[in-house]
Design a binder for this molecule. Structure first.
Ligand SMILES: [Mg+2]
Length: 357
């Protein structure tokens, strides 16, 4: 194919109010504070990429992402869009700590490139399928609220519900029991986001057992760096253990394989970028480790890209891509069709399929 050069690169912030406030250690987020990169090719085709930074996960925020993306403009301009791997490799070597910014660049390049090829992104990833079923997260709320929310979500069609644990054991058990009561037929996944020591995690699992609660997945029980501790937890339960914060890179995935500390790896495009996510998936599959896909606080663009990735690769046992904003406030139209709990991708929409409002 004749080279198709990138003619223009536009960087801008994306701010959209969240459905529900999102608490992190340094305060509360009331809106999605992301960044958008638009690449315009010399033939007029446009590609979009979104960076969704979350400080406690990847150490980035909107300001650092905008600064990083702005300093990439001159490097990206004039490059052939088909050379996305070479562009990504150079950016990885320079901005090694700015993964969400790099993910946005990769997303924009692949969106534009697959529009050039006139294929939807899921076909670029292998075309294994065009559907994905997501779970839905119930926040840390009082048991009564959790029960009502669980019943409402089950009635809406969700078959798997997720909640966060790791703050206070009795509260966590009460909330899990309430969710079970509200949605008895739903599978339950829990995520401690590194909140326990290995012994505390095993104790928590024992307490769940006494209450007849058996999650289908327990994500990141211990510190991201404590793979031996995670192995200890895994060795003391038959509940599948997932590595999320422990895996940002393919090297991290290899360490999970070597230590045998997890049954699942949670891929998030904002942790690894898109290209490295393909490598992580390959490592996990080769080692018989199951895959799940998760998200940060993203608009339809980055969520849609993750849906294409999961559907096209076809190797994901668990999908955690629940939207956090009112569809009316989405900065993009098009993209995946979402009828809870299913995403469906159109074979007729090239790229991610999103169009800026
Ligand atoms: Mg997680």
């Amino acid at each position: 194919m004749k080279a198709i050069k990138i003619k223009e690169v536009i960087i801008e912030p994306v701010n959209v109010p969240l459905d529900e406030p999102f608490k992190i250690a340094i305060g509360t987020k009331y809106s999605i504070e992301n960044a958008l990169i638009t690449v315009v090719l010399e033939n007029g085709i446009v590609g979009y990429g979104e960076a969704a930074p979350l400080e406690p996960i990847n150490g980035e925020n909107q300001a650092t992402v905008l600064a990083t993306l702005n300093s990439c403009i001159d490097f990206i301009k004039g490059k052939d869009v088909a050379d996305y791997r070479a562009i990504s490799a150079t950016l990885r070597s320079v901005f090694w700590a700015q993964v969400t910014a790099r993910c946005a660049v990769e997303m924009a390049l692949l969106d534009a490139y697959t529009r050039v090829l006139d294929i939807p992104l899921y076909q670029f990833f292998g075309g294994a399928g065009n559907k994905a079923e997501t779970d839905y997260t119930i926040d840390i709320v009082p048991p009564e609220t959790a029960k009502v929310n669980a019943a409402r979500l089950a009635a809406a069609g969700y078959t798997v519900l997720k909640t966060k644990v790791g703050k206070k054991l009795t509260d966590d058990i009460d909330r899990l029991l309430a969710i079970k009561e509200g949605a008895p037929a739903c599978g339950l996944t829990i995520d401690a986001n590194q909140g326990y020591s290995p012994c505390e995690a095993v104790h928590f699992i024992e307490e769940m057992g006494k209450n007849n609660i058996r999650p289908i997945l327990f994500e990141q029980p211990v510190s991201r760096y404590d793979l031996a501790g995670m192995r200890f937890v895994k060795d003391h339960t038959s509940i599948p253990i997932g590595a999320d914060e422990s895996v940002f890179t393919s090297a991290d995935a290899i360490n999970v394989v070597r230590t045998g500390c997890a049954d699942y790896i949670n891929i998030k495009l904002m942790k690894s970028g898109i290209i490295e996510a393909m490598d992580i998936a390959a490592i996990a599959r080769s080692a018989n480790i199951k895959l799940m896909i998760g998200c940060m606080l993203e608009t339809k663009l980055a969520l849609g890209c993750s849906v294409h990735f999961a559907a096209g690769m076809g190797c994901f046992s668990h999908i955690d891509l629940d939207p956090h904003i009112d569809p009316e406030l989405e900065p993009f139209t098009g993209g995946p069709d979402y009828r809870a709990p299913f995403y469906t991708l159109s074979p007729d929409l090239p790229g991610v399929g999103c169009v800026k409002r």
